[in-house]
Design a protein around this ligand. Structure first.
Ligand code: PLP
Length: 458
């Protein structure tokens, strides 16, 4: 038996320690890998040396290096040694945590880690699960999109049950046609996928929709939008939802990590009015993908929606312990609590807070550099670790700038558009980013901008 080399651990450590030497954005074209690899799997077993050679020569040059200090695209997708170690152990154990009986420690560690994390964010007690009969609790979902869909489906079940009581003669297919849900116009595309886009004037929209015979049942508030890290007013939205008995889901995919620092918790004001809250430790909290932390006020709403009860999944402690299969869409689930627990323990609260504050400080530094150059502007205020900036003038200038920056591969960023205004999103992603990296990146941007401006205006 060819036992895989322990050198993989060294390979991973070397990769991460030397990440700044790599070009962050690859210079490959679609189909490049098809030309380099065989069309079929090998018949005979291959040696690790040969497999690694292909990783080095063919795979690595075709990757975006997300852990690079020059990665500024999207939002962070950070990893860390405790998280990698948690995932390595979890992969080796490969326990499936769908019921308590299928993995007692896997299930209980998830509840404990989610209670720790909920307290770390300052979430109210109604979202924690510290006693066996607590209705609330936390669960790790795969993605924020999935958490949104889970909350939407749970809210729909709740609304249909209430409607069915009032209208016993109607079929659920008829009742479904009356349901309507809302989110702000800067919500993430995953929310559009999960439901319908609603108006910003929530209460007006709800009242007018009710007058048309519709039943508002679910509202998604966003804390930290994808384009500009803008925040919905949770308290205002929560009060409207309470008045109209609509389920309030809070999507804080990126910004949620910042709530480990008390100075950012003002955006959480009103969270006690929410029915569910989710954010991605897999973004900024250094717990590698996948890991979406989701809390619900009343897990029975999830049970009613996702309950599966075949005899082979029942166990003698059914009902006495959490069976997370009832809290999610798939049946099977990985032991993801391990990497979250390792990160919380190995960094500690102070280490995690320090990491978040450093990300914000570096974004402030970048913002100051941009503001000091009259050729550039920042149309929307910076929040947390993301600065959305542009060259003054036509969108075409900024579009050219971004295209050229990415083609050079030294830094990587993606655009956003606010009401027709094209911007480059510059997110501080890596825990390896230093003051010097920010200065170097800004020099790269200035150099390319000068070339473009000279080319256009002479
Ligand atoms: N919601 C918001 C506000 C986001 O910014 C993102 C991604 O950046 C998502 C949802 C989607 O996250 P996921 O990829 O975990 O589904």
């Amino acid at each position: 038996m060819d036992i895989p080399p322990k050198e993989m651990v060294d390979y991973i450590a070397d990769y991460l320690e030397n990440i700044r030497d790599r070009r962050v954005y690859p210079g490959v074209q679609p189909g490049y890998l098809h030309k380099l690899l065989p069309k079929e799997a090998p018949n005979a077993p291959e040696k690790w040396d040969d497999i690694f050679k292909d990783v080095d020569e063919h795979i690595m040059p075709g990757l975006v290096h997300w852990q690079s200090p020059h990665m500024h695209a999207y939002f962070p997708a950070l990893t860390s040694y405790p998280s990698i170690m948690g995932d390595m152990l979890s992969s080796a154990l490969n326990v499936l945590c769908f019921t308590w009986a299928s993995s007692p420690a896997g299930t209980e560690l998830e509840t404990i880690a989610m209670n720790w994390l909920g307290k770390l964010l300052g979430l109210p007690d109604c979202f924690l699960n510290e006693k066996n009969d607590s209705p609330g609790g936390g669960v790790i979902q795969t993605t924020a999109s999935e958490a949104t869909l889970v909350s939407l489906l749970a809210a729909r079940t709740r609304a249909l049950m209430e409607l069915a009581q009032l209208n016993p003669d109607l079929q659920s297919s008829e009742l479904l046609g009356h349901l309507i849900c809302y989110c702000s116009d800067q919500a993430h595309s995953s929310v559009e996928k999960a439901g319908l886009i609603g108006g910003a004037q929530l209460e007006e929209a709800i009242i007018s929709d009710k007058a048309k015979g519709l039943v508002p049942f679910w509202v998604c508030a966003t804390l930290g939008t994808t384009g500009s890290v803008a925040f919905d007013n949770l308290r205002e939205i929560g009060e409207v939802c309470s008045r109209h008995a609509a389920w309030l889901h809070v999507d804080a995919a990126y910004a949620g990590s910042a709530f480990v620092c008390p100075e950012y918790r003002h955006w959480l004001d009103g969270v006690e009015l929410a029915d569910s809250f989710a954010f991605n430790p897999s973004k900024w909290l250094m717990v590698n993908f996948d890991c979406t932390a989701m809390w619900v006020r009343d897990s029975t709403a999830l049970h009613r929606t996702f309950n599966v009860n075949p005899i082979y999944l029942r166990h003698e402690n059914s009902g006495k312990a959490i069976d997370y299969m009832h809290w999610q869409i798939p049946l099977s689930r990985r032991f993801r609590a391990l990497k979250l627990w390792f990160v919380l323990r190995n960094y500690g609260v102070s280490g995690i807070q320090k990491h978040i504050r450093e990300g914000v400080r570096l974004a402030q530094k970048f913002e100051a550099l941009v503001l000091a150059d009259q050729r550039f502007e920042i149309p929307q205020p910076r929040n947390l670790g993301m600065v959305a900036f542009r060259l003054r003038g036509d969108n075409a200038l900024t579009e050219r700038l971004l295209k050229k920056l990415n083609a050079r591969g030294y830094i990587h960023a993606v655009p956003a558009c606010f009401k027709g205004v094209y911007v480059i999103r510059f997110t501080v992603t890596s825990q390896r980013t230093t003051n010097q990296d920010i200065l170097d990146d800004w020099n790269e941007i200035k150099t390319v901008a000068s070339e473009i401006l000279i080319d256009v205006f002479g």
